[in-house]
Design a protein around this ligand. Structure first.
Ligand code: SAM
Ligand code: TMP
Length: 406
């Protein structure tokens, strides 16, 4: 029996993707070292309702010098983080010499705005390749995993922080007990811990099962985050729905007794109760929908191949590792994946071994007949810049929430 990483109660598994590779472990062609596989399966805790992976991948295997994900790769995300930084500075960075800490700052997509505004800040990120890019822009960096011990050192060196912020990172960290104790150590009286991550309610509604991969250890709801906050002396005081990355929620945690929860918390908790988000029957129904998408997507791609159509994929996302490996999509069905990230280009996708080519390969020498949109969460941005593909007669294939050719 698997026990919950937050409250030690029993976790009941509801979806099993089988053996999967690390989602960001792109391989050099001809590399002989065997790939690392683990069992990707998800369960929900009977006690606190936290949805989580049942097997944990050692963190150093995922987050290291060659971690390829660059937060600044999307215009939408650059704008999102610049606006977030400006707003949080205006709301939370009052008083003399405020201090902001970001957990998982990556290439500095958010902190570059904070730094440029002259607000003292520190980015904490163990993936030294990406963190060096933030440092090159002048953002102070601690190249380590944030946890209780590193938080204590930051406090000793820099003092307390008015704002601890994190995006798309807290759900990556199984050892949240240590992280929350660290935040408690670091946060100034009256300070706030703000984090945003993919929302389980949106994953269920959109059947976006590709949000499930090694790095996404937790799938949060207001219900599970509230229970976790209580356990560590915090209160959930505000939530905000975000459209980015296929639907996220931004959670605001304050120490118990320091802030009054606003109406947004009760509203989202009520919505989750009404829609049975996190309930065993709802999770089992989701698992059935996921299996149906796999069958349909494989059938479509197999038919197109048999008809002699050219199909390529767009965006070598971490999410697509689950889709490709669970659905059995390899170079026999998809010629290549184009991606703008130099660190991914020239390599092969993990497990499925589809070649990754630069964005230029999409149109040259000719557009493909079909493009499988792995980066569906950036659909608006991508379709806006790829109008010539549609004009050439090309069609997009999407699979969220269901398999469609558009
Ligand atoms: N915040 C960025 C964003 O939203 O685009 C980056 C998200 S990226 C998916 C996750 C980042 O978290 C990686 O850069 C990784 O190195 C970092 N990370 C993982 N565990 C961490 C930890 N314990 N402390 C700090 N950063 C961590
Ligand atoms: P993400 O879904 O985790 O943000 O990853 C998006 C991936 O898609 C990343 O590897 C960059 C790539 N990408 C493109 O190749 N072209 C684009 O226009 C966008 C927005 C992303």
């Amino acid at each position: 029996m698997v026990t919950c990483r937050i409250c030690n109660d029993n976790v009941t598994e509801f979806l099993d993707f089988g053996r999967q590779p690390l989602s960001d472990a792109f391989r050099a062609p001809g590399e002989s070292r065997p790939e690392f596989f683990y069992r990707l399966a998800v369960g929900a805790c009977a006690g606190c309702s936290m949805t989580q992976l049942v097997e944990e991948v050692p963190r150093e295997r995922m987050f290291h010098h060659d971690y390829p994900y660059r937060s600044s790769g999307s215009r939408t995300m650059r704008e999102h983080f610049a606006a977030t930084a400006r707003r949080l500075m205006a709301e939370e960075c009052r008083g003399e010499d405020p201090f902001v800490v970001e957990i998982g700052c990556n290439d500095g997509v958010l902190l570059r705005t904070v730094h440029a505004a002259g607000v003292r800040c520190l980015g904490v990120d163990p993936s030294s390749g990406v963190a060096e890019e933030a440092r090159a822009e002048g953002v102070p960096i601690l190249g380590e995993f944030f946890e209780e011990e590193s938080a204590a050192r930051i406090r000793k060196a820099e003092g307390t922080a008015q704002l601890v912020y994190s995006a798309n990172t807290i759900c990556h960290i199984p050892y949240l007990d240590s992280v929350l104790r660290g935040v408690d150590t670091l946060l100034a009286p009256g300070g706030v811990f703000v984090f945003e991550d993919p929302y389980l309610g949106d994953i269920l509604r959109r059947v976006s099962f590709d949000q499930i991969y090694d790095e996404h250890f937790y799938f949060f709801t207001a219900t599970s985050v509230q229970a976790m906050a209580h356990r560590f002396g915090f209160r959930l005081v505000r939530v905000e729905r975000l459209p980015v990355h296929g639907g996220e929620v931004r959670y605001f945690l304050a120490r118990a007794g320091e802030r009054t929860p606003d109406a947004s918390v009760a509203e989202l908790l009520e919505e989750e109760r009404r829609e049975r988000v996190g309930e065993p029957d709802r999770l089992r129904a989701f698992a059935e929908q996921v299996a149906a998408v796999r069958t349909e997507l494989r059938e479509l791609l197999t038919r197109l191949r048999d008809e002699g159509k050219r199909v390529v994929a767009y965006g070598a996302t971490a999410k697509s590792a689950t889709v490709a490996n669970y659905c059995g999509i390899g170079p026999d069905l998809v010629e290549f994946v184009c991606d703008t990230t130099p660190e991914k280009q020239g390599r092969l996708t993990p497990g499925s071994h589809i070649p990754v080519r630069p964005h230029e390969a999409f149109a040259s020498p000719a557009y493909p007949d079909y493009a499988l949109l792995f980066a569906w969460n950036h659909a608006e941005e991508i379709m806006a810049k790829e109008t010539a593909f549609r004009a050439s007669g090309g069609r997009w294939i999407t699979y969220v929430p269901d398999v469609k050719v558009i």
